[in-house]
Design a protein around this ligand. Structure first.
Ligand code: AMP
Length: 193
């Protein structure tokens, strides 16, 4: 869609890697599967939205994750005369989520994402694109994934009620192959936009 991908998780991991203060404060929280504080997240999103490439819009991934963040996003956008074009609710049962996340591998060099079953690299543990080593995120261990699911229920699921009545809300099934889910998303965004 030619829009920058704004993943708060990616931004936090980049801060950890570069040793920035925000990263140091967030690292232990992320490893445990809990959520990083709203004010830190709202701060990094505000900074990201002020960069020139965000002027035409962005695709958020993993944000907002709390009602407080959703309010802050509405306020931030209103201040620029902008609004949310589409809210995508990707739905999958917990077992499916555990299977996908625990099989995820990430290239330590270029960040490309693989799955041990659904999108395996040609050579075991090696990135097809850059030859970097593939690693498993610490928080993709099944025990931590289950903690993240509990945190989702407690803190993020209330966003469904928050967005549900808006005309831009779209419920999209996350079941099936990646390309099927992708076409559902494209259709849902078209219908909302
Ligand atoms: P993700 O890459 O989206 O799976 O996020 C990984 C971890 O980063 C989460 O489990 C949280 O600890 C933290 N994180 C990412 N985005 C947010 C957010 N919007 N609010 C709070 N914590 C976040």
């Amino acid at each position: 869609m030619d829009l920058p991908h704004v993943s708060t998780g990616d931004m936090l991991r980049a801060s950890i890697q570069s040793g920035r203060e925000i990263g140091l404060r967030a690292a232990a929280v992320m490893e445990s599967g809990a959520l990083v504080g709203d004010e830190i997240i709202i701060g990094i999103v505000g900074e990201r939205l002020s960069l020139p490439d965000a002027a035409a819009g962005v695709v958020f991934d993993g944000f907002p994750r709390t009602i407080h963040q959703a309010h802050a996003l509405d306020t931030l956008l209103a201040a620029h005369g902008d609004e949310i074009g589409a809210v995508l609710h990707l739905d999958l049962d917990d077992e499916g989520i555990v299977e996908r996340l625990s099989g995820r591998r990430v290239c330590s060099k270029c960040g490309a994402i693989y799955h041990i079953r659904y999108h395996a690299p040609a050579a075991y543990g090696v990135c097809d694109l850059c030859g970097g080593a593939l690693l498993q995120r610490d928080d993709d261990q099944p025990a931590i994934i289950r903690k993240r699911l509990a945190v989702y229920q407690a803190e993020t699921a209330p966003l469904i009620a928050y967005y549900h009545e808006r005309p831009t809300y779209r419920l999209v099934s996350g079941e099936g192959e990646a390309d099927e889910v992708f076409s559902r998303i494209v259709k849902a965004v078209g219908a909302a936009g």
